[in-house]
Ligand binder design. Structure first.
Ligand SMILES: CC(C)(COP(=O)(O)OP(=O)(O)OC[C@H]1O[C@@H](n2cnc3c(N)ncnc32)[C@H](O)[C@@H]1OP(=O)(O)O)[C@@H](O)C(=O)NCCC(=O)NCCS
Length: 277
């Protein structure tokens, strides 16, 4: 595998990946984030260039300090032939090591291939299957900002609240991960009268809008559309795809997102989480 660092190569890769949307979403989003200042310290690898069989993006290995932390150790893959994936997973350049990870990708067969490779290393593997949603234009909120609320970036001081309310969080590792996102990448929240966030949206290293949340007392007033719209405008201005992932049974989120212009994409957005037993 070779690491692509040259801006012209990253630009060419970006153009190529765009042609295979939505399958390439998490890889394209990471390539764009890396090419634009690399605030999340990821890197882009290909098996060959320019005719690649597989693209892998990952957190730089030197940034992964805690071998049990699957939150930060994110990888995303897009492959043109399954053989390239098998070669990567079974190769000497260990992608799946005896340490926690999460691999993101939309292709059929990815889940099984990763399971096999990770099982051989003695890792426990769990796959979360999301729907991928894209908004072709910046989302249009359902209504105006209610009086008394104010739009602002999420601050590091809000992270304990974000962590406590995150269904997959609530621990020290997830708190550190959220803090990293808030410090490195754009975010938007609505602050209530006492300066406490009532609704928020973050962006991750894959350029995916994540962690959308509205506190229960404020739900059903279209607030998530306001933070999504603010973030979507920023992404659109920088040429990024506007996308997010939702669990198929999350009717409130699907309704909120559909109402502001998001369209469900074909396929499954896999998040494959490996943890040492
Ligand atoms: C999904 C969520 C972010 C929506 O935020 P919101 O600011 O309430 O969004 P909206 O006001 O546009 O409401 C969207 C839907 O929520 C549901 N809803 C409405 N009022 C509600 C209430 N009081 N309580 C719970 N859900 C309500 C409805 O299904 C509504 O859709 P509809 O108006 O078409 O019927 C919010 O419900 C939430 O934080 N849920 C828990 C975390 C989560 O699932 N995040 C999404 C991850 S992708």
């Amino acid at each position: 595998m070779q690491i692509l660092r040259c801006p012209a190569q990253l630009r060419l890769l970006e153009e190529t990946l765009r042609k295979s949307l939505p399958t390439t979403l998490p890889v394209l989003g990471t390539v764009m984030t890396v090419a634009r200042g690399n605030p999340a310290a990821h890197e882009v690898l290909v098996d060959s260039w320019p005719d690649f069989g597989i693209v892998l993006t990952r957190l730089r290995p030197e940034e992964h300090k805690d071998p049990r932390d699957h939150y930060t150790n994110q990888l995303a893959v897009f492959y043109r032939d399954k053989g390239a994936l098998q070669a990567l997973l079974g190769g000497t350049e260990a992608v799946v090591q005896a340490r926690a990870f999460q691999i993101l990708g939309l292709q059929e067969g990815l889940d099984e291939a990763v399971r096999e490779a990770a099982g051989a290393k003695g890792l426990h593997v769990e796959t979360i299957r999301y729907l991928g949603l894209m908004s072709p234009e910046p989302p249009r909120p359902r209504g105006q900002l209610p009086p008394g609320l104010r739009l602002a970036p999420v601050s590091p001081s809000h992270v304990p609240l974000l962590n406590a309310t995150w269904a997959l969080g609530g621990n020290a590792r997830s708190r550190a991960f959220l803090l990293g996102l808030v410090r490195a990448l754009p975010s938007a929240c609505l602050l209530g009268p006492r300066g406490r966030p009532v609704s928020w949206t973050l962006l991750d290293a894959q350029g995916c809008l994540r962690h959308g949340y509205t506190v229960p007392a404020w739900r059903g007033r279209g607030l998530t559309g306001l933070t999504m719209a603010a973030m979507g405008r920023g992404l659109h201005a920088r040429g990024f795809p506007i996308y997010c992932t939702v669990l198929p049974h999350n009717r409130a989120a699907l309704s909120a997102l559909g109402a502001i212009g998001f369209v469900t994409q074909p396929g499954t957005f896999h998040v494959i989480v490996g943890t040492p037993k």
